[in-house]
Design a protein around this ligand. Structure first.
Ligand code: FAD
Ligand code: NAD
Length: 481
């Protein structure tokens, strides 16, 4: 079947980037369709929108993080408040069903938004066939039947997939990537995780709180090298105290199944000696790779970088006019909000507006307990760039709300330009760092000075008063320290 009138734009992929781009296109009056081949089907077996983030990423992981945190609070922290609870247990299938219900509800929400914004939702696998006078020709195949659409512009939003390691076959039963580790029906006794990155720490936290013994095997010599060094040091101390076991500088060698059904992961330690680790479940969380295979990008000549990403400029234009790419399939952090921001930018530019993303003001969050959040540059990056700065740090031990909450771990650190006082970076370790980073992101986006934050009235008692205090500490001095 060939569609009669060419679309203004076809979006390939209905993940964070693709679905938001499609909605924005509809709002701007563009004739838009979004195609999704999602392997994560809804209960009726239909390809479900939402991509990695909704189906096997941000949303389900945060649901399980929240459930496991509630459990740990009751089990370990209630007594400090004078609450006596005996024999709390976790009904894991109920926890998983809650998570699944949230995902289903949100996927229905996307389909509703598509209808509301006149986005045609096409289910199937897209393959670019080439170029005709009317635009790019794309086939969409599902269950043996194929339709063809033509679009003047294409937005590639095909996302990423978990990195596979040689010799370690993921079956999502015992040897899992993020998909499998979000779906266990009971608490494994011993979990080994390859990769102390964001997924390793978040999913490791979920199952550790529920009682698993978690060991993380990491190739690099340190935790979270992309974070400010203070944050990495603090989190290593806190996560180790919570019971996570880290093996740094490890080179994974092989995975075998022992006679008793357990898994045996062999690795060379930092000194080169052979080690082995017995576990009941293995999680491979060693990064993600962009999804470009089988998409037909070569038929129109879209350039791919050496690392396999679609090559784009700062406005997400590829090497071919009329073809854009956004989200995990292009350079930059693999974050849902970055993908969304790029989707909005691209559609505004297709509609003739001046869409723009400020890549210096994209916040990052790791949802451990306490949470880690940062925006802007680290101290190391400022030193490397030869930028003179002042640092102000404020610990939650001196924050009244944190004391009342019963969690004084962490700090806020503000880095400000030595000459202009402009905020260059903010790094937070705190129970609600994910919410507090909003103020810091706004400060960087609006080029605020640290003094501005210090002079803004901050409600008391709140955790975000620490943001004001750290800003003051970068200047004339904190008030409460
Ligand atoms: P995706 O969401 O991967 O969507 C791409 C879509 O394209 C997929 O649905 C795929 O099926 C479809 N597709 C691919 N090829 C084709 C084709 N040929 N035809 C049709 N459709 C196709 N980010 C955050 O910001 N915060 C978090 O808390 C967070 N937590 C995460 C937790 C986990 C466990 C994981 C794995 C990731 C997490 N992320 C988080 C990252 C986030 O999920 C991604 O950055 C985000 O999903 C990227 O969006 P995207 O649109 O680029 O790609
Ligand atoms: P990651 O890049 O965060 O961490 C992967 C880790 O695995 C790294 O520390 C790396 O050194 C290590 N590693 C790689 N190969 C290894 C090997 N062979 N042996 C031992 N260690 C090895 O990747 P991830 O945790 O898989 O997450 C993928 C992406 O998903 C991230 O880029 C992140 O942006 C995104 N994500 C974001 C969030 C969030 O925003 N809260 C949550 C989860 C995932």
């Amino acid at each position: 079947m060939t569609q009669e009138q060419a679309l203004d734009v076809l979006v390939i992929g209905a993940g964070s980037g693709g679905y938001i781009a499609s909605i924005r296109a509809g709002q701007l009056g563009l004739k838009v369709a979004c195609v999704e081949a999602n392997p994560y089907a809804d209960p009726k077996g239909e390809p479900r929108p939402g991509g990695t983030c909704l189906n096997v990423g941000c949303i389900p992981s945060k649901a399980l993080l929240s459930s496991s945190e509630e459990f740990e609070k009751i089990e370990k922290h209630a007594a400090a408040h004078g609450i006596r609870v005996a024999g709390a247990t976790m009904d894991v299938p109920a926890m998983i069903a809650r998570k699944d219900a949230i995902v289903t509800k949100m996927a229905q929400g996307i389909e509703y938004l598509f209808r509301k914004n006149k986005v045609a939702y096409l289910k199937g696998r897209a393959n670019i066939l080439g170029r005709a006078d009317a635009g790019f020709r794309v086939s969409i195949t599902r269950a043996g039947s194929t339709q063809e659409v033509t679009a003047r512009n294409l937005v590639i939003a095909t996302g990423s997939l978990p990195r596979q390691l040689p010799g370690i076959a993921v079956d999502n039963m015992d040897v899992c990537d993020n998909s499998g580790a979000l779906d266990w029906r009971s608490v494994p006794r011993r979990i080994a995780i390859i990769g102390a990155g964001v997924i390793g720490l978040e999913l490791g936290s979920v199952w550790r709180r529920l009682g698993s013994q978690v060991t993380v095997v990491e190739a690099l010599p340190q935790l979270l090298p992309m974070c400010d060094a203070d944050v990495g040091r603090e989190m290593l101390k806190l996560l180790t105290a919570q019971g996570m076991d880290f093996r740094f500088g490890a080179r994974v060698m092989a995975l075998e199944r022992a006679g008793d059904g357990a898994l045996k992961l062999s690795y060379a330690d930092a000194g080169g000696a052979s080690q082995s680790l017995a576990c009941d479940k293995l999680v491979v969380a060693a990064g993600r790779v962009p999804t470009t295979a089988g998409l037909g990008l070569d038929t129109v000549g879209v350039r791919i970088t050496e690392r396999g990403f679609v090559d784009v400029d700062e406005h997400c234009r590829t090497s071919v006019e009329g073809v854009y790419a956004i989200g995990d399939v292009v350079r930059g952090p693999m974050l849902a909000h970055k993908a969304e921001d790029e989707g909005v930018m691209v559609m505004e530019r297709i509609a003739g507006q001046a869409g723009h993303v400020n890549y210096d003001a994209i916040p990052s969050i790791i949802y451990t307990s306490p949470e880690i959040a940062w925006v802007g540059r680290t101290e190391q990056a400022l030193k490397d760039a030869g930028i003179e700065y002042r640092a102000g740090k404020f610990p939650f031990t001196a924050n009244g709300r944190a004391l009342g909450n019963g969690d004084t771990s962490g700090f806020v650190k503000v880095l400000a330009d030595k000459k202009t006082d402009a905020v260059l970076g903010v790094h937070i370790v705190s129970t609600y760092a994910s919410e507090m980073i909003g103020e810091a992101t706004m400060a960087i986006e609006f080029r605020a000075a640290a003094e501005d934050i210090g002079r803004i009235s901050h409600a008391h008692p709140t955790l975000y008063e620490a943001m004001r205090e750290a800003s003051l500490a970068a200047g004339t001095g904190a008030l409460n320290l």
